[in-house]
Write a protein that binds this ligand. Structure first.
Ligand code: ADE
Length: 249
Protein backbone atom coordinates (compact mmCIF):
# COMPACT_ATOMS: atom_id res chain seq x y z
CA UNK A 1 0.00 0.00 0.00
CA UNK A 2 1.21 3.48 -0.80
CA UNK A 3 0.41 6.18 1.75
CA UNK A 4 1.08 9.89 1.23
CA UNK A 5 0.73 12.33 4.11
CA UNK A 6 0.51 16.09 3.66
CA UNK A 7 1.27 18.13 6.78
CA UNK A 8 2.94 21.28 8.02
CA UNK A 9 4.63 19.14 10.73
CA UNK A 10 6.48 16.33 8.91
CA UNK A 11 8.53 15.63 12.05
CA UNK A 12 5.39 14.27 13.77
CA UNK A 13 5.60 11.20 11.58
CA UNK A 14 9.09 10.06 12.55
CA UNK A 15 7.37 7.66 14.98
CA UNK A 16 6.17 5.70 11.96
CA UNK A 17 9.78 4.50 11.56
CA UNK A 18 9.34 2.23 14.59
CA UNK A 19 7.21 -0.74 15.61
CA UNK A 20 5.14 -2.81 13.17
CA UNK A 21 4.50 0.03 10.71
CA UNK A 22 8.25 0.78 10.66
CA UNK A 23 8.99 -2.86 9.87
CA UNK A 24 6.32 -2.90 7.17
CA UNK A 25 7.97 0.12 5.57
CA UNK A 26 11.38 -1.54 5.63
CA UNK A 27 10.00 -4.71 4.07
CA UNK A 28 8.17 -2.74 1.38
CA UNK A 29 4.63 -3.67 2.47
CA UNK A 30 3.93 0.01 3.13
CA UNK A 31 5.40 2.77 0.97
CA UNK A 32 4.89 5.84 3.18
CA UNK A 33 5.85 9.34 2.11
CA UNK A 34 5.50 12.56 4.08
CA UNK A 35 5.21 15.85 2.27
CA UNK A 36 5.54 19.33 3.76
CA UNK A 37 2.60 21.52 2.71
CA UNK A 38 4.84 24.59 3.02
CA UNK A 39 6.91 23.30 0.10
CA UNK A 40 3.88 24.24 -2.00
CA UNK A 41 3.74 27.87 -0.97
CA UNK A 42 5.37 30.59 -3.05
CA UNK A 43 5.63 33.58 -0.73
CA UNK A 44 8.54 34.55 1.47
CA UNK A 45 6.77 33.48 4.67
CA UNK A 46 5.48 30.13 3.34
CA UNK A 47 1.95 31.13 4.32
CA UNK A 48 -0.58 28.30 4.56
CA UNK A 49 -3.48 30.10 6.29
CA UNK A 50 -5.58 33.24 6.13
CA UNK A 51 -8.56 34.84 7.86
CA UNK A 52 -12.00 33.29 7.29
CA UNK A 53 -14.46 34.88 4.86
CA UNK A 54 -17.52 35.93 6.83
CA UNK A 55 -15.48 36.60 9.95
CA UNK A 56 -15.00 34.49 13.03
CA UNK A 57 -12.17 33.31 15.21
CA UNK A 58 -9.07 31.53 13.99
CA UNK A 59 -7.49 30.99 10.62
CA UNK A 60 -8.39 28.78 7.67
CA UNK A 61 -5.91 26.87 5.52
CA UNK A 62 -5.61 28.36 2.05
CA UNK A 63 -6.63 26.18 -0.89
CA UNK A 64 -3.70 26.85 -3.26
CA UNK A 65 -0.93 24.92 -1.41
CA UNK A 66 -3.31 21.98 -0.92
CA UNK A 67 -4.25 21.98 -4.59
CA UNK A 68 -0.64 21.98 -5.72
CA UNK A 69 0.48 19.34 -3.19
CA UNK A 70 -2.37 16.93 -4.03
CA UNK A 71 -2.01 17.48 -7.80
CA UNK A 72 1.67 16.57 -7.44
CA UNK A 73 0.89 13.28 -5.68
CA UNK A 74 -1.94 12.39 -8.07
CA UNK A 75 0.38 12.99 -11.02
CA UNK A 76 2.89 10.43 -9.83
CA UNK A 77 0.64 7.77 -8.28
CA UNK A 78 -0.07 5.09 -10.86
CA UNK A 79 -3.70 4.06 -11.27
CA UNK A 80 -4.05 0.44 -10.22
CA UNK A 81 -5.79 -1.35 -13.12
CA UNK A 82 -7.41 -3.91 -10.76
CA UNK A 83 -9.06 -1.14 -8.81
CA UNK A 84 -10.12 0.59 -12.02
CA UNK A 85 -11.86 -2.58 -13.21
CA UNK A 86 -13.53 -3.09 -9.81
CA UNK A 87 -14.75 0.48 -10.03
CA UNK A 88 -16.72 -0.22 -13.19
CA UNK A 89 -18.56 -3.04 -11.44
CA UNK A 90 -19.21 -1.11 -8.26
CA UNK A 91 -21.92 1.50 -8.57
CA UNK A 92 -21.04 2.91 -5.16
CA UNK A 93 -17.52 3.76 -6.28
CA UNK A 94 -17.83 4.90 -9.90
CA UNK A 95 -14.66 6.98 -9.94
CA UNK A 96 -12.60 4.55 -7.99
CA UNK A 97 -9.52 4.36 -10.16
CA UNK A 98 -7.28 6.62 -8.11
CA UNK A 99 -6.19 7.21 -4.52
CA UNK A 100 -8.65 7.80 -1.71
CA UNK A 101 -8.18 11.22 -0.10
CA UNK A 102 -8.77 11.32 3.65
CA UNK A 103 -8.95 14.47 5.73
CA UNK A 104 -9.14 13.97 9.50
CA UNK A 105 -11.72 16.33 10.93
CA UNK A 106 -13.97 16.46 13.98
CA UNK A 107 -16.73 17.17 11.44
CA UNK A 108 -16.16 13.87 9.62
CA UNK A 109 -17.71 10.39 9.75
CA UNK A 110 -16.58 8.27 12.68
CA UNK A 111 -13.47 6.10 12.22
CA UNK A 112 -14.26 2.49 13.17
CA UNK A 113 -12.70 -0.95 12.84
CA UNK A 114 -15.03 -1.54 9.87
CA UNK A 115 -13.62 1.57 8.16
CA UNK A 116 -10.06 0.42 8.96
CA UNK A 117 -10.84 -2.89 7.20
CA UNK A 118 -12.20 -0.99 4.21
CA UNK A 119 -9.18 1.31 3.98
CA UNK A 120 -6.79 -1.65 4.25
CA UNK A 121 -8.08 -2.78 0.81
CA UNK A 122 -7.04 0.47 -0.88
CA UNK A 123 -3.80 0.55 -2.87
CA UNK A 124 -3.27 4.30 -2.34
CA UNK A 125 -4.30 6.54 0.53
CA UNK A 126 -3.57 10.25 0.75
CA UNK A 127 -3.98 11.85 4.19
CA UNK A 128 -4.26 15.64 4.46
CA UNK A 129 -3.60 17.00 7.94
CA UNK A 130 -5.51 20.20 8.61
CA UNK A 131 -4.58 22.70 11.32
CA UNK A 132 -6.15 25.89 12.66
CA UNK A 133 -9.91 26.10 12.02
CA UNK A 134 -9.67 23.69 9.11
CA UNK A 135 -9.12 23.72 5.35
CA UNK A 136 -10.96 25.83 2.77
CA UNK A 137 -14.04 23.75 1.81
CA UNK A 138 -13.23 24.08 -1.90
CA UNK A 139 -10.26 21.73 -1.50
CA UNK A 140 -12.67 18.89 -0.58
CA UNK A 141 -15.21 19.94 -3.21
CA UNK A 142 -12.62 20.21 -5.97
CA UNK A 143 -11.04 16.81 -5.46
CA UNK A 144 -14.44 15.15 -4.92
CA UNK A 145 -15.37 16.18 -8.46
CA UNK A 146 -12.95 13.72 -10.00
CA UNK A 147 -12.10 11.37 -7.14
CA UNK A 148 -13.02 10.14 -3.69
CA UNK A 149 -12.73 12.34 -0.60
CA UNK A 150 -13.66 11.36 2.96
CA UNK A 151 -13.63 13.49 6.10
CA UNK A 152 -12.97 11.20 9.05
CA UNK A 153 -13.20 11.85 12.80
CA UNK A 154 -11.44 9.87 15.50
CA UNK A 155 -14.14 10.70 18.03
CA UNK A 156 -16.22 13.42 19.62
CA UNK A 157 -13.37 15.58 20.83
CA UNK A 158 -11.17 18.21 19.22
CA UNK A 159 -7.47 17.76 18.49
CA UNK A 160 -5.19 20.63 17.52
CA UNK A 161 -4.67 19.16 14.09
CA UNK A 162 -5.00 16.04 11.99
CA UNK A 163 -1.53 14.59 12.59
CA UNK A 164 -2.31 12.46 15.65
CA UNK A 165 -5.54 11.27 14.03
CA UNK A 166 -3.65 10.22 10.89
CA UNK A 167 -1.11 8.35 12.97
CA UNK A 168 -3.91 6.44 14.72
CA UNK A 169 -5.59 5.61 11.41
CA UNK A 170 -2.34 4.42 9.82
CA UNK A 171 -1.65 2.17 12.81
CA UNK A 172 -5.19 0.71 12.69
CA UNK A 173 -5.14 0.24 8.89
CA UNK A 174 -1.48 -0.82 8.58
CA UNK A 175 -1.83 -3.80 10.91
CA UNK A 176 -4.67 -5.17 8.72
CA UNK A 177 -2.48 -5.29 5.59
CA UNK A 178 -1.58 -8.94 5.05
CA UNK A 179 1.94 -9.66 6.29
CA UNK A 180 2.23 -6.66 8.63
CA UNK A 181 1.17 -8.57 11.77
CA UNK A 182 3.22 -11.77 12.07
CA UNK A 183 0.42 -13.98 13.38
CA UNK A 184 -2.83 -13.12 11.56
CA UNK A 185 -4.82 -15.08 14.18
CA UNK A 186 -4.00 -12.36 16.68
CA UNK A 187 -6.12 -9.99 14.58
CA UNK A 188 -9.26 -12.08 15.00
CA UNK A 189 -9.80 -12.15 18.75
CA UNK A 190 -9.55 -8.45 19.43
CA UNK A 191 -11.80 -5.71 20.67
CA UNK A 192 -14.20 -4.57 17.95
CA UNK A 193 -13.37 -7.34 15.48
CA UNK A 194 -16.58 -9.20 16.34
CA UNK A 195 -18.45 -6.14 17.59
CA UNK A 196 -17.59 -6.81 21.25
CA UNK A 197 -14.77 -5.72 23.54
CA UNK A 198 -12.03 -8.29 24.05
CA UNK A 199 -11.81 -10.60 27.07
CA UNK A 200 -9.13 -10.00 29.76
CA UNK A 201 -5.73 -11.66 29.19
CA UNK A 202 -3.25 -13.16 31.68
CA UNK A 203 0.26 -14.59 31.53
CA UNK A 204 2.71 -16.12 34.03
CA UNK A 205 3.08 -16.08 36.99
CA UNK A 206 -0.23 -17.67 38.05
CA UNK A 207 -0.26 -15.55 41.22
CA UNK A 208 1.02 -11.95 41.40
CA UNK A 209 0.70 -9.57 44.38
CA UNK A 210 -2.05 -11.73 45.80
CA UNK A 211 -4.04 -11.78 42.56
CA UNK A 212 -4.71 -15.17 40.96
CA UNK A 213 -5.24 -15.98 37.32
CA UNK A 214 -8.86 -17.23 36.94
CA UNK A 215 -8.61 -21.03 37.51
CA UNK A 216 -10.59 -21.81 34.34
CA UNK A 217 -7.61 -20.59 32.27
CA UNK A 218 -5.38 -23.20 33.93
CA UNK A 219 -7.86 -26.03 33.27
CA UNK A 220 -6.59 -26.95 29.80
CA UNK A 221 -10.23 -27.39 28.68
CA UNK A 222 -10.47 -25.30 25.52
CA UNK A 223 -14.26 -25.49 25.28
CA UNK A 224 -14.76 -24.22 28.81
CA UNK A 225 -12.14 -21.52 28.28
CA UNK A 226 -13.86 -20.32 25.07
CA UNK A 227 -17.22 -20.13 26.88
CA UNK A 228 -15.67 -18.21 29.79
CA UNK A 229 -13.99 -15.76 27.43
CA UNK A 230 -17.23 -15.14 25.53
CA UNK A 231 -19.01 -14.48 28.83
CA UNK A 232 -16.30 -12.01 29.83
CA UNK A 233 -16.65 -10.22 26.47
CA UNK A 234 -20.39 -9.89 26.89
CA UNK A 235 -20.16 -8.78 30.53
CA UNK A 236 -17.45 -6.22 29.78
CA UNK A 237 -19.22 -4.84 26.73
CA UNK A 238 -22.54 -4.52 28.60
CA UNK A 239 -20.78 -2.71 31.47
CA UNK A 240 -18.40 -0.41 29.55
CA UNK A 241 -19.92 -0.01 26.07
CA UNK A 242 -23.60 -1.01 26.10
CA UNK A 243 -24.02 0.97 22.88
CA UNK A 244 -22.13 -1.79 21.03
CA UNK A 245 -24.64 -4.51 21.95
CA UNK A 246 -27.50 -5.24 19.53
CA UNK A 247 -30.82 -3.90 20.87
CA UNK A 248 -32.78 -6.49 22.88
CA UNK A 249 -36.06 -7.51 21.26
N1 ADE B 1 -8.81 17.04 13.96
C1 ADE B 1 -9.20 17.72 15.04
N2 ADE B 1 -9.99 16.99 15.81
C2 ADE B 1 -10.11 15.78 15.20
C3 ADE B 1 -10.81 14.58 15.49
N3 ADE B 1 -11.58 14.44 16.57
N4 ADE B 1 -10.70 13.55 14.63
C4 ADE B 1 -9.96 13.68 13.53
N5 ADE B 1 -9.29 14.77 13.20
C5 ADE B 1 -9.35 15.84 14.03
Amino acid sequence: MRIDIITIFPEFFSVLDVSLVGKARLSGLIDLRVLNLRDHTHDRHHTVDDTPYGGGAGMVMKPEPWGEAIDGILANVKVNPDVAVAAVADAERPRDAGPLLIFPSPAGELFTQAMARELAQEPNLIFGCGRYEGIDQRVFDHFAQAGRVRLVSLGDYVLNGGEVAVMAMIEAVGRLIPGVVGNPESLVEESHEDGLLEYPSYTKPAAWRGLEVPPVLLSGNHGVIATWRRGQQLERTARVRPDLLPPAN
